[in-house]
Design a protein around this ligand. Structure first.
Ligand SMILES: [Zn+2]
Length: 529
């Protein structure tokens, strides 16, 4: 009996491994000479308004001097609406950008960016360019679904600027299928797995507490402990199959750095129950059950301001726990039509990706079997409670980061990263708090497990030159960061125009024309239609 079970397990593992191989996409093409300019000996952005990422307000005019891939100087050169005295300015560069009509921000950090694969029918070039075109210069791959070696390979090419791509930070799903060292069925095996991740270039783990397989708490504890020893980061998705034995608070107590999505958080707040109020016919593998039930979860938790709410929040704050809510990825649950009919799909969504989004009992995140008005209303209420928690967490000193999880549920790479920023504002964040979450706080969260100080996330001398340049004010309207821009009526012509869209994105000192990147994506999509 035991052998049969072991056989079944290994069969399951090899099926998963096969599925993973099948999701593996080709590497991104080499960067052509006409893609991106630089890095330069001395690049200067002149007269810009800077939002530095720390939470400080906009300031300008500033001249930003970049040498190679580092910010050398950020200098105040005058006053708003007053001609700049040239004597105050840094000496000439070998490449200069007139930033006088621009806002300059640090490059964005998407803490939850899956690079797609054959399931979505995406290519690395398509995904990487959509990210960069929206100012995303760093992406944590929270799983390395194409294989750890794939993500490490592309990370290294991106670091050498051989491809047009953000910086990549490979995290690994804690699923046995990721390695060939056998089932993770004991604390010893868990430690071996984590050692394998470190040895093979992984920067951290996304611990799947549940699903397939369901790990026992002692195995999860060993994973987290070993990751700490090896200076790997840890985050988690504590799914419904494991959460009854390990919720977010319990995992945080074991030393977990942070969490993705919401899984395990409302469960930590239960005070009138200990298990989610599952309907009798619930089946986890029916995704309408899973996501429909999720929309009715926060109201089962202790309410805002209650003793339990405060106790859980206090303890998570004390543990220095990070929240990466990925509000955007569940948005279709509260407004399916909005997500499905988003205006960018027409020009920028690949037909294969569209097909992947469509209702299916087999595809992940395609749970539109019989989605009702009531489901959407439940999700709207669910969001209010969830957003209240996240906003209060930030107000009380907690670190919140920005992740998109695009490539599922009608959510498109890059575009829906900007949507995440809008949703943080909806949760109650000031736009400067949103930008800090998207930049410096992401950089801090990535650097912390390594024991090093962040090298990016601020527009400041000494930082890596990752910048977003936009000809509109994102503090006034985050929508100007969408590749499709924001709508504004021109009162001289009386006509509606599009303003903004990131103009340039600087990654590692290389200046990319963001509109050109989007045009490339549009061509890739057109070729598939
Ligand atoms: Zn994910």
């Amino acid at each position: 009996m035991k052998t049969l079970f072991a056989l079944l397990l290994s069969l399951l593992a090899s099926v998963t491994a096969l599925a993973q191989d099948q999701n593996r996409q080709p590497y991104a093409p080499d960067r052509r000479p006409d893609e991106g300019a630089g890095p330069f000996r001395r690049l200067i952005i002149r007269g810009a308004t800077v939002v530095d990422g720390s939470g400080a307000p906009p300031i300008g005019p500033m001249d930003i001097v970049i040498e190679g891939n580092r910010i050398k100087e950020v200098r105040t050169v005058g006053y708003p609406k007053v001609a700049i005295d040239p004597k105050r300015r840094p000496d000439k560069g070998d490449y200069e950008i007139d930033g006088s009509k621009m806002y300059v921000l640090p490059g964005f950090v998407d803490m939850h960016g899956h690079p797609g694969g054959t399931e979505q029918g995406t290519t690395a070039e398509y995904v990487f360019k959509l990210w960069l075109a929206h100012g995303v210069t760093t992406v944590r791959d929270p799983g390395s679904g194409n294989g750890l070696d794939w993500t490490v390979h592309e990370r290294d090419r991106s670091a050498r600027n051989q491809i047009v791509a953000p910086r990549l930070v490979p995290y690994v799903f804690t699923a046995g299928s990721m390695w060939d060292g056998g089932a993770i069925d004991s604390p010893e095996q868990a430690r071996k797995f984590v050692q394998w991740v470190a040895k093979n270039g992984g920067a951290g783990l996304k611990i799947i507490g549940g699903g397939d397989p369901v790990y026992d708490p002692d195995i999860l504890a060993a994973m987290i402990d070993e990751a700490k020893k090896l200076k790997l980061g840890t985050t988690t998705h504590l799914s419904q199959m494991g959460v009854a034995r390990m919720n977010v608070l319990q995992a945080a107590r074991l030393g977990l750095d942070g969490m993705e999505h919401w899984y395990g958080l409302p469960e930590s707040l239960f005070d009138a129950r200990s298990i989610q109020d599952y309907p009798a016919d619930y089946n986890y593998l029916d995704e309408q059950h899973r996501f429909g039930g999720a929309g009715r979860l926060w109201k089962q938790a202790a309410p805002p301001g209650s003793p339990k709410w405060n106790a859980v929040m206090d303890e998570l704050l004390k543990l220095g726990f990070d929240l990466d809510p990925t509000f955007t990825i569940y948005e279709a649950s509260r407004d399916l039509m909005r997500a499905m009919r988003a205006e960018w799909h027409e020009r920028y969504t690949l037909p294969s990706l569209w097909k992947w989004y469509e209702p299916s009992r087999q595809a992940h995140g395609s749970y539109w079997f019989d989605w009702t008005t009531a489901d959407e209303i439940e999700w709207k209420n669910n969001y209010r409670l969830w957003m209240t928690f996240v906003n209060e967490y930030k107000n009380r000193g907690g670190r919140v980061t920005t992740g998109s999880d695009s490539g599922y549920i009608y959510k498109l790479y890059g575009f829906d990263y900007i949507r995440e920023l809008e949703l943080l504002q909806e949760a109650g964040f000031h736009p400067l708090e949103v930008i800090r979450a998207a930049t410096f706080h992401g950089a801090e969260a990535l650097a912390e497990p390594t024991g090093k100080k962040p090298e990016l996330g601020l527009v400041r001398a000494g930082m890596l030159a990752d910048l977003v340049l936009v000809e509109a004010n994102p503090v006034a309207n985050l929508k100007v960061l969408y590749g499709t821009g924001a709508i504004r009526v021109n009162d001289e012509t009386g006509k509606a125009e599009r303003v903004g869209g990131v103009k340039y994105v600087v990654k590692d000192g290389i200046v990319y024309d963001a509109k050109q990147l989007l045009a490339d994506v549009e061509r890739l999509v057109a070729a598939k239609k």
